[in-house]
Design a protein around this ligand. Structure first.
Ligand SMILES: Nc1ncnc2c1ncn2[C@@H]1O[C@H](COP(=O)(O)OP(=O)(O)OP(=O)(O)O)[C@@H](O)[C@H]1O
Ligand SMILES: [Mg+2]
Length: 234
């Protein structure tokens, strides 16, 4: 089976500084894969490369087996790769509804996601549609960020630290939504520092350590100590 999205020997540089070293990664259609790792491990840099926000070699990223590395971010969205960025990056002077609709610009097909189906997934957003985005709670803002990416009908949804800074109850709500999005067939890659959240949501995990993959496999294949060793490099 060909992977939907794959990286081969992917490297990411910021000028002379190298953040990601030769990462081989893949996600199959319908899978949920989690990338875990400590601060500075290169997780966001990896997702930024997948979404075209940082440069990479053309053959470093393959979508349906075709090289797409180095394409501009808008082209990547149009090819079906949508990012929920770290820190959410909502448009603060825009309403919740307009933030959601912004994502329609990147529409890459029709897989059943539109304004109404996203509000069905997150009913609170329908109630709050006319409010400015910053007036929402952290968990609700995270729902807007997920909805804005989802409305482009991505083939692969990339989520960067969607639980960061949220209350335990909000984390539970956000991950319930991720489970529902998976159930409807969307392929998902989540970057997550919360081990429990990652392990319960994902079919497979990759652990990043200092820009390299330190562990990869099925989420249920490792015991805690193996994962912690790969996470902290001890
Ligand atoms: N724009 C940038 N310019 C220069 N260096 C950067 C830039 N962004 C990230 N880095 C560096 O690249 C390395 C990896 O950072 P990255 O943000 O990808 O890690 P991360 O795993 O997402 O960490 P965190 O858990 O803190 O979000 C770090 O050493 C970081 O300082
Ligand atoms: Mg990060």
């Amino acid at each position: 089976m060909m992977a939907l999205l794959e990286t081969k020997n992917l490297e990411v540089f910021y000028g002379d500084f190298q953040a990601v070293f030769g990462v081989d990664f893949h996600v199959n259609e319908g899978e949920t894969v989690a990338i875990i790792g400590a601060n500075g491990a290169g997780k966001s840099s990896f997702l930024k490369a997948l979404s075209g926000l940082v440069k990479s070699r053309p053959d470093g990223i393959l979508l349906d087996g075709k090289p797409v590395g180095g394409k501009p971010a808008f082209d990547m969205v149009k090819s079906g790769i949508a990012l929920v960025p770290e820190g959410r990056r909502l448009f603060p002077s825009m309403s919740v509804g307009d933030n959601l609709r912004m994502g329609e610009n990147g529409k890459s097909g029709d897989r059943g996601w539109n304004y109404e189906t996203i509000c069905d997934l997150f009913p609170i957003l329908r109630e709050r549609a006319d409010q400015l985005a910053p007036t929402l709670s952290g968990g609700q803002q995270q729902m807007v960020a997920i909805g804005r990416a989802l409305i482009s009908n991505p083939r692969v949804l990339l989520c960067d630290e969607i639980s960061l800074g949220l209350s335990p109850a909000a984390v539970k709500d956000v991950y319930a939504a991720i489970a529902e999005i998976k159930k409807r067939g969307t392929t998902i890659v989540i970057v997550e520092q919360d081990l429990n959240a990652a392990l319960s949501a994902a079919d497979r995990i990759y652990c990043f350590l200092e820009g390299k993959v330190s562990l990869a496999g099925r989420a249920d294949e490792f015991d805690r100590s193996q994962i912690l060793a790969a996470y902290f490099g001890s």
